[in-house]
Design a protein around this ligand. Structure first.
Ligand code: CAA
Length: 257
């Protein structure tokens, strides 16, 4: 598969999507969002893939939605086309998705990282929702997912002032899971992704689904959902294999069944 705006590689159970519009600092135009979804369709259907990593360049994960593409759009254009609705599909994927963020993750770039299940970033990472400076507001989930990730005070401040948050604060605030040097970021992310890909896919997808439930339903409902999911894994061969492997003191060989 060849693409104009991204690169797609597969290795050791991991799909790696690299945003590749260097001249525009990986700004998210319609083609790029379309191609990310094409690549994700392929990776979701590929039985050998257990985890997906999304990354950019050292200077920019993505500097936002493509301002040059949006500048002349009118309300009827974007309303009738439901502009950015294709981007929502990225967040609806079932396999675990990790963002490896180096440099700028601004506007739609920050929102794209927030659509992933967790973010690792480099020590040069800069996160911001600067849409207010363009006379617009975040449009790919920023006001919602950033608030869920770091709380109202910081989300309000970031969206209203457009200030950039550096890597250390992003880690302290719970926006990113871990910070690495920019030289180490991708390797560390791929290693984590490989560990996830080795696990039973039934478990990893259920964990993702259960954690995401926490953002949608009451605690009682979420606990009930988790308990039923837990009960159901006892119908899998992977539960038998995982527990038998522990007893036999050997690594488990999951079949995702
Ligand atoms: N859209 C389109 N082009 C962009 C872009 C964007 N979001 N960000 C950068 N570029 C382009 C620049 O126009 C420039 O192209 P030319 O060489 O053709 O002029 C090229 O990328 C390099 O950018 P700079 O010369 O500006 O590089 P810099 O190092 O001086 O600055 C930057 C880097 C601080 C990231 C700066 O480019 C910038 O502020 N970019 C815009 C950030 C932004 O406002 N993002 C939010 C977009 S709106 C949005 O995302 C809405 C939403 O919620 C979905």
């Amino acid at each position: 598969m060849t693409f104009a705006t991204i690169l797609l590689e597969k290795r050791k159970g991991v799909g790696l999507i690299t945003l590749n519009r260097p001249k525009a600092l990986n700004a998210l135009n319609s083609e790029l969002i379309y191609e990310i979804n094409l690549a994700l369709d392929d990776l979701e259907n590929d039985q050998t893939i257990g985890c997906i990593v999304l990354t950019g360049s050292e200077k920019a994960f993505a500097a936002g939605a493509d301002i040059k593409e949006m500048a002349e759009l009118t309300f009827p254009n974007i309303y009738f086309d439901d502009f950015f609705s294709l981007a929502d599909r990225i967040a609806q994927r079932r396999k675990p998705l990790i963002a490896a963020v180096s440099g700028y993750a601004l506007g739609g770039g920050c929102e794209l990282a927030l659509m992933c299940d967790f973010i690792y970033c480099a020590d040069n990472a800069k996160f911001a929702l600067p849409e207010v400076t363009l006379g617009v507001i975040p449009g790919i989930g920023g006001t919602q997912r950033l608030t869920l990730a770091i709380g109202k005070a910081k989300a309000m401040e970031m969206c209203l002032t457009a200030r950039q948050m550096q890597a250390a604060e992003a880690e302290q605030s719970g926006l990113v899971a871990r910070v690495f040097s920019k030289e180490e970021l991708l390797e560390q992310t791929l290693q984590a992704a490989e560990k996830i890909a080795e696990k039973s896919r039934v478990s990893t997808i259920m964990i993702k689904e259960s954690i995401n439930r926490a953002f949608e339903v009451s605690l009682a409902e979420g606990l009930r959902f988790e308990r039923r999911m837990f009960h159901s894994v006892f119908a899998t061969l992977d539960q038998k294999e995982g527990m038998q492997a522990f007893i036999d003191k050997r690594p488990a060989q999951f079949k995702h069944q």
